[in-house]
Design a protein around this ligand. Structure first.
Ligand code: SAM
Length: 201
């Protein structure tokens, strides 16, 4: 299993405990997080971004735990493209019958399904609004985050040729007041899990 943005390795540690025959790779750009990993002979640590991961190794499962929304470029359209390229790259790195698994925060818009995505991106990516968004509690102020609705991700996975796509609701979250929800056009925010399979090369 490849854990993209696997950070301190806590998820992989539990995965390895539950699957005694599994081997896991973590690709993580932040060295200070990699350094927090408990060493395990079944765990491989790769320092760097997913985009720069060597293409010479394939996997039976690829996990994106709250990382796809960090695939950010210098515009909203380019960020969405980077995310789609990320899914395509995952597809290429999977063996036949391999699966991709995604845990994400899903934001459904009030009138338009994925509208909150654009608003959140533009507000958090803006350098001019950095002070304001920081005060409003965004820890990605000036950097940008690109969340989406569940439907958006399902469409992207279909476009990437994944099949047997299944989404599971996990839990609702969020402590934004009604005014902030209104400004961000958020109808619903929740955590979900999506799994999808690769069945052809
Ligand atoms: C919100 S944290 C999630 C960490 C962990 N997956 C978890 O669920 O606790 C996002 C992680 O993705 C990493 N990350 C950001 N961009 C990345 C990229 N392009 N490739 C790989 N990892 C990335 C960050 O360094 C960070 O560790």
């Amino acid at each position: 299993m490849l854990d993209v943005g696997g950070g301190n390795g806590k998820y992989v540690d539990r995965f390895l405990c539950n699957f005694p025959n599994a081997n896991c790779t973590i690709v993580e750009p932040e060295q200070y997080l990699l350094d927090k990993n408990i060493r395990n002979r079944r765990k491989t640590l790769v320092a760097g971004t997913f985009q720069d991961l060597p293409k010479n190794k394939t996997f039976n499962a690829i996990q994106f735990n709250w990382v796809l929304h960090h695939f950010i470029s210098d515009s909203y359209a380019k960020s969405c493209r980077l995310q789609l390229e990320g899914l395509n790259q995952a597809y290429d790195l999977l063996n036949l019958s391999g699966i991709v698994m995604i845990f994400e925060n899903f934001y459904r818009g009030t009138l338009i399904d994925d509208s909150a995505s654009r608003v959140i991106y533009e507000l958090t990516a803006s350098n001019m609004l950095k002070y304001l968004t920081e005060q409003l509690g965004a820890n990605t102020a000036g950097v940008g985050v690109c969340f989406h609705s569940e439907n958006y991700w399902l469409e992207q996975l279909t476009e990437t040729d994944f099949v047997d796509i299944d989404a599971t609701h996990c839990y609702h979250f969020g402590n934004l007041n009604k005014l902030k929800q209104y400004i961000l056009t958020i109808g619903e925010q929740r955590v979900g899990f999506i799994v999808a399979k690769k069945t052809k090369d």
